[in-house]
Each structure stands twice: as C-alpha cells, then as structure tokens.
Design a protein around this ligand. Structure first.
Ligand SMILES: Nc1ncnc2c1ncn2[C@@H]1O[C@H](COP(=O)(O)OP(=O)(O)OP(=O)(O)O)[C@@H](O)[C@H]1O
Ligand SMILES: [Mg+2]
Length: 326
C-alpha cells in the first residue's frame, strides 16, 4: 500500500533538505538516492516512492519484490527513463538521469537500457512476424546486420521455429520470449524486466531465468527483475524488498549455494534449487539516516501497537523491546 500522506512528504523533504548533495557514483550501474514519487489525481496524492535508496552493481542479476502497489513499477519506470521523480537523484551507467536533455534521454532509452514490460502488449505489434518485431528497434538505429541479429536473438530465446509467425499467432509465454528478444535487440547494458514470468507457466518461467543468467554471465548484462515469483527470487544472488515505497530488506544468497552454483555451472540453478530451499539470508536495510524498518509481522508478534519501542545497545547487540511489556 502506498502512503497517502501529504504531511509525511513535507517531513521527509525537511529532513533531507539539509543533507549534502553526494558525488556522482560512476562505478555502480544504478544508484538511486532518496527517490520520491507522488502521483496527484483529482482528489488524492499517492506517494508511490517514499525516499527510496538502491544501488545495483555492474554485472548483477538481482530481483526486486514487494506487495502490489509498493512502488516496483514506478521505480523501474524511472530507471528506464520513462518517468521523473518528485524528488531525489538517480544515476544509471554514470549518467545523472534527471539532468539529461530530451535528446540525451532518447539515446539513453535506445542504447543503454532494454525494457520488458509488465504488460508486454506495449512493445509488440500483433500483425508483424516475430522476426519483424525484433528487427523494428534496430531499424531506428539503422543497424545493417539487423536480420542476422534478429535470428540470433530468436535462437537465444528458443523461438527460431516460430520466426515467421505473427505475434497474434503466438501464446502469451511465446510473446513474452519475443518481448525479451526485442529488449535485447540494441545490445543494452542494463535490462529491466517487470514481472517477466508473471503470466507464463513454470517451465517457461525457468527458461526465461536461464536466458537471463546466460546473458548475465556471457555478456555481462546487468539485470533487474521485478517479480512476485518467490521461486525465481530464490535463484538470484540478491533480492531487495520494497515496502511502502522504500527498500526495507535484502536477501543475499548463502555462500554454500553460491559455491554449489559456481561449481555446477550457474545454469544448473533450476536443478538444485527447490521451492522449499532456504537459499538466502535476510538483512534489514539501513537508510542513509541510519533508520531501519521493522517488518509489520514482527511488530505484531511483539505486541507493539503504538509508535514507540525501547532500544538498548548491549554487548555489541542492539535489542528492541516493547516498552509496555518491560
Ligand atoms: N499514473 C498513476 N497515477 C496515480 N497513481 C499511480 C499511478 N501509477 C501508480 N500509481 C500508484 O502508485 C502506487 C505504486 O504503484 P506501482 O505500479 O509502482 O506498484 P507495483 O509495486 O508495481 O504494484 P504491482 O505489483 O501491482 O504491479 C500504487 O498505489 C498505485 O496505485
Ligand atoms: Mg507493477
């Protein structure tokens, strides 16, 4: 649920107004700092992002999870250069995204980033064939080898046999694979995928993840996947959770699983990770002001109803207790 609070925005703005403007971080692929997005409709304001911080290193294959309405697509749209924030800063591939002019933004969208949409009908043309659909973004670039490249991509997503079918003659899962090929056509450095496995069966979902892994390892493509798919999320090295428009926790793959995957060749993830495996460890995320968010389930379990907890630092440990119970 997004926060629908005008006042909170003012408080956050006041808090951050005194913070120094940081240096450009050119080493990470994505660096988002204090991103705020407020959608204004006729009667209410919805705070879709509430001061979100996120860093994604070059060459990462990571996932973003969160409940419906937590701000995942809003974040991805900003990283993809499709929307601007109400406040905050965002660097992608060393570029300060919100300071690009229109022309620079067009070239950013064409060259740096590839996008697989939550609703893939957005970048598919139903009456063109699979091959023509993939060639289309390369027509704008004037790429002379676009036909060969399209065939190469069809092979990568396992769709060679359907290359001459029109999109409307393909199933949803097959269309999704074409959408991935289109996103890769211009050889982006960063692939953003919003629910790429949301409406496909388990086998197609596994196949899509294998394609992503291959691209990540062989071509060093940085990939951010927004997903509800817990099984997919278990199979990536890092999963960031978004709650109420902020990053709240991170799950990092345990060393033992990383080693097994490396030894077996990473593509074996599908074979060794089952739905009950605890592949990752969870960490709470500290924001730049040193705040952490305590998950609602834990607060409920501790019986905390108000807005206060007791914090004690003892023997190198931070202990949070319910003041009404002590
Ligand atoms: N164009 C818009 N105008 C007004 N409110 C919007 C707009 N786009 C998104 N929102 C609101 O912002 C919040 C975050 O939306 P967002 O689409 O980022 O969520 P999400 O995490 O991607 O959810 P889902 O998992 O359902 O796709 C929601 O409360 C949504 O209603
Ligand atoms: Mg969404």
């Amino acid at each position: 649920m997004a926060l629908k609070i005008r006042q909170k925005m003012r408080l956050d703005a006041a808090e951050t107004a005194t913070e120094e403007t940081p240096e450009v971080d050119s080493t990470a692929m994505i660096k988002a700092e204090n991103l705020v997005k407020i959608y204004k409709t006729s009667d209410i304001e919805v705070m879709a992002l509430a001061g979100l911080d996120l860093t994604v290193e070059r060459g990462e294959l990571m996932a973003v999870i969160g409940n419906s309405g937590s701000g995942k697509s809003t974040l991805l749209n900003m990283i993809g250069g499709l929307d601007r924030p109400t406040m905050g800063r965002l660097w992608v591939d060393g570029k300060d995204l919100f300071r690009l002019n229109e022309k620079e933004l067009v070239s950013y969208k064409q060259d740096t980033v590839g996008f697989v949409w939550q609703n893939n009908a957005r970048n598919l043309l139903p009456y063109l064939t699979a091959t023509q659909n993939i060639e289309l973004p390369m027509v704008f670039e004037g790429a002379p080898d676009r036909h060969e490249r399209a065939l190469e991509l069809l092979d990568l997503v396992g769709m060679t046999k359907y290359k001459d079918r029109t999109l409307k003659e393909l199933s949803g899962g097959e269309q999704q694979r074409i959408a991935i090929a289109i996103a890769l056509a211009n050889r982006p450095k960063l692939l953003l995928a919003d629910e790429p496995t949301g409406s496909v069966d388990v086998a197609t979902g596994s196949f899509i993840l294998q394609v992503f892994r291959k691209l990540n390892q062989e071509q060093d493509l940085t990939i951010v996947i927004v997903t509800h798919d817990r099984l997919l999320a278990k199979k990536v090295n890092r999963v960031v959770s978004i709650r109420d428009g902020k990053t709240s926790s991170e799950r990092i793959m345990k060393q033992s699983y990383r080693e097994r995957l490396e030894n077996l060749g990473n593509l074996a993830a599908e074979d060794i990770i089952g739905k009950d495996d605890e592949t990752q460890e969870e960490f709470s995320v500290l924001d730049r002001a040193g705040r952490i968010q305590i998950p609602r389930e834990i607060l409920e379990d501790m019986g905390i109803n108000g807005n206060k907890v007791r914090i004690e630092y003892k023997d190198g440990q931070l202990i949070v207790t319910n003041p009404e119970k002590n």
